[in-house]
Every structure is written in structure tokens, then in C-alpha cells.
Design a protein around this ligand. Structure first.
Ligand SMILES: C=C1C[C@]23C[C@@]1(O)CC[C@H]2[C@@]12CC[C@H](O)[C@@](C)(C(=O)O1)[C@H]2[C@@H]3C(=O)O
Ligand SMILES: O=C(O)CCC(=O)C(=O)O
Ligand SMILES: [Fe+2]
Length: 330
């Protein structure tokens, strides 16, 4: 019974093909390691002046980086540790089991690994993920304490995500009820990632460059590192800070803010020796929600989440890449 996803089997030809040698050298390792702007959410409770400063810092980071990290966020460290422990245990299940259509009674697309359709190094990911749409959580089988821990985490992450989204909306004139009206704990998703050591190269993608499809993402990562983002036209590495949560703006907030907040391309580089785990909470609206820019003239035509998702599925199938917001430019 196979334990690991068949990365070697599926990707061998791509690695061995000398035609790809040139391409291999285009996945360059990045030496610049940056610390993301650090936002201490504790400052929101230090009176109106400190509160305003904290919100401005957050909005600046969302505009200039599309990324920031937060501390004093209200999610107990103990819960994050428990989530990671459960995550480790579930990925220890054999590949054959995880890739069965109804693993843990989740939908067939919940367990994902690498890119079985990869044709070149540029769309090849060396990772596996359990991507859970939270509306499916009540029917998910309990596995050790995985389901109940996800439920506990998702409830807290939803509160945190809504708070962050609302603070970021303050300077944009977006209705304060916008996120409460369109998002619910069951419209979001949790993606648990595992990046196994990659024997080929330390500059191989753990997850290929992409932007996230949501308003914002809350990422909990361990000490290993590997997350990189595009900044001023270059790839830079994010200094891992296991004490903080990483927040990044997604495509929907970029569209809603009419391009003020940036959904920045990011990727994860595989590690040759060390396994890495992360959990990304994608704060999403319901499928029917129509996303329209908050100011005029709009950069993007309005679209529903459903329409956006269908477009991604079509593009991933055809090109191996999601394409994303540029499809909706006016
Ligand atoms: C192959 C892919 C799946 C993915 C789109 C992508 O081209 C690369 C990144 C993946 C990702 C990560 C964030 C979100 O989970 C997601 C929905 C997205 O927008 O980009 C997924 C895409 C997916 O799983 O379909
Ligand atoms: O593993 C990480 O740090 C980021 C993962 C990610 O980008 C994603 O799941 O969309
Ligand atoms: Fe991402």
C-alpha cells in the first residue's frame, strides 16, 4: 500500500527530460528573506488613537505587500498546536486511503496531491492537501480529533477573518455589514497542506505560484519556511514566525477594493530534507455572492463566486494554472 503520493512516478519523466534543463534553472532560489509587517491586534484595544494607527498599518500592508503577520489575534496557541497534531496524523494515512473518493466522507476533490496533469516543472507541486469546504464539515467522519478540532478552529478563524476584513474595509467606505451579510462559517474553506521532503531539488515548488481565491487568507505555518511572495517584481522569502499568523489578501478583496488591496502571487519552495505543514483558512462568501468594486470606474466586471470558481476549474484543466482576476478585467 503506497504511503506517499506517487510524485516520483508521475514526475520522473519531467525531471529526466533534458529539454527541461533550461526550465529548471528558471526556478531560482531566493536569497532575500524578509519579515512581513507585524500587526499587533492587541493595539486595537488601547484607545482610539492606537486603534486607528493599527488599522492604518494593516491597510498599508494590504496595499503595499498584500501580506502581513498578526499577533495577539485571539486564536489560542494550544488550539493551533492541536490542529497541527491532528493534521500530521491524518496525512500519515496511506495514499491509497486518502485518495479514495470518499476519504473521511468528504467530497472527492477534498484530498489533492501535486498536479497529476503536470506537463512541465512550472506547474508541478510537491505537496498534498486536504481542502475542506466548511459546509461539508458536519458530515465529515471524526478521525482521532480532526473534525472537532477543525470545527473549533474554523469558528475562531471566522471571527478573526471577519474582524480583519471589517477593519480593512473602514477606509474604503464599504458597508460595515458587508462581510457579515455575505460570508458565514460554512462559506469558507480550510486547506491543510503537507510538503514532504523533495529528493530532487531544494528549488522545486511545494505549491506553484498562485493568488488565493477569497477575501483574505489566514495561514498558520511551522518553523520550516519556504513561503515566498512576489514583491516589486522579485520573489522574496518570508521569514517564518510560528508565533504569528500570516494574513494575505485574496482575489475577491482586490476586486472589491478596486485594486487598492493586492492579491499577491505567492508560492512555496519544497525542502530537500524537512517536511513542512501549513493550514490556510480561506475567508470566502457564499457562491451566489456577487463581487463588485467599491469605487468607480471599476477595474473589474462584477462576478459571482460561483462564476469565478467555474472559470478557475476551466483554466486549471486547460492550462494547469488558474489565471484568476485578469479574466475579469474591464
Ligand atoms: C493547480 C492549482 C490549484 C489551485 C490553483 C492552482 O493553479 C495553483 C494553486 C491552487 C489554489 C491554492 C489556493 C486556493 O486553495 C485555490 C482554490 C486557488 O485559488 O489556488 C487553489 C486552486 C485549486 O485547488 O483549485
Ligand atoms: O503553505 C503556505 O505557507 C502557503 C499555502 C498556500 O499558499 C495555500 O494553501 O494557498
Ligand atoms: Fe495560497
Amino acid at each position: 500500500m503506497a504511503i506517499e503520493p506517487p510524485f516520483l512516478e508521475k514526475y520522473k519523466a519531467i525531471f529526466q527530460s533534458s529539454a527541461n534543463e533550461k526550465e529548471k534553472s528558471t526556478i531560482v532560489d531566493v536569497s532575500e528573506v524578509l519579515e512581513l509587517p507585524l500587526i499587533d491586534l492587541g493595539h486595537l484595544n488601547l484607545g482610539p488613537f492606537e486603534r486607528q494607527k493599527c488599522i492604518e498599518k494593516m491597510a498599508r500592508a494590504a496595499t503595499e505587500w498584500g501580506f502581513f503577520q498578526i499577533v495577539n489575534h485571539g486564536i489560542p496557541e494550544e488550539l493551533l498546536t492541536r490542529l497541527k497534531q491532528e493534521q500530521i496524523k491524518v496525512f500519515q494515512q496511506p495514499f491509497d486511503k486518502k485518495s479514495e473518493g470518499n476519504f473521511l466522507n468528504l467530497s472527492a476533490q477534498s484530498y489533492r496531491w501535486g498536479n497529476p496533469l503536470a506537463t512541465s516543472l512550472s506547474n508541478l507541486s510537491w505537496s498534498e492537501a486536504l481542502h475542506i469546504t466548511l459546509k461539508d464539515i458536519s458530515k465529515m467522519d471524526e478521525y482521532n480529533k480532526l473534525r472537532s478540532t477543525i470545527e473549533e478552529y474554523a469558528e475562531k478563524a471566522n471571527v478573526l477573518a471577519q474582524r480583519l476584513a471589517e477593519h480593512l474595509a473602514e477606509s474604503l467606505g464599504i458597508k460595515v455589514s458587508y462581510f457579515g451579510d455575505n460570508c458565514s462559517p460554512s462559506s469558507s474553506s480550510l486547506r491543510m497542506n503537507r510538503y514532504p521532503p523533495c529528493p530532487y531539488s531544494s528549488t522545486m515548488f511545494g505549491i506553484i505560484p498562485h493568488t488565493d481565491t477569497d477575501f483574505l487568507t489566514i495561514v498558520s505555518q511551522d518553523h520550516v519556511g519556504g513561503l515566498q511572495l512576489e514583491r516589486n517584481g522579485r520573489w522574496v522569502s518570508v521569514k517564518p514566525n510560528p508565533k504569528a499568523l500570516v494574513v494575505n489578501i485574496g482575489d475577491f478583496y482586490q476586486a472589491l477594493s478596486n485594486g487598492v488591496y493586492k492579491s499577491i502571487r505567492h508560492r512555496v519552495i519544497a525542502n530537500q530534507e524537512i517536511e513542512r505543514y501549513s493550514a490556510a483558512y480561506f475567508y470566502c462568501p457564499t457562491y451566489e455572492t456577487v463581487i463588485e468594486s467599491c469605487s468607480k470606474p471599476s477595474l473589474y466586471r462584477k462576478f459571482s463566486f460561483k462564476e469565478y470558481r467555474q472559470q478557475i476549474q476551466k483554466d486549471v484543466k486547460a492550462t494547469g494554472d488558474k489565471v484568476g482576476l485578469s479574466r475579469f478585467l474591464l
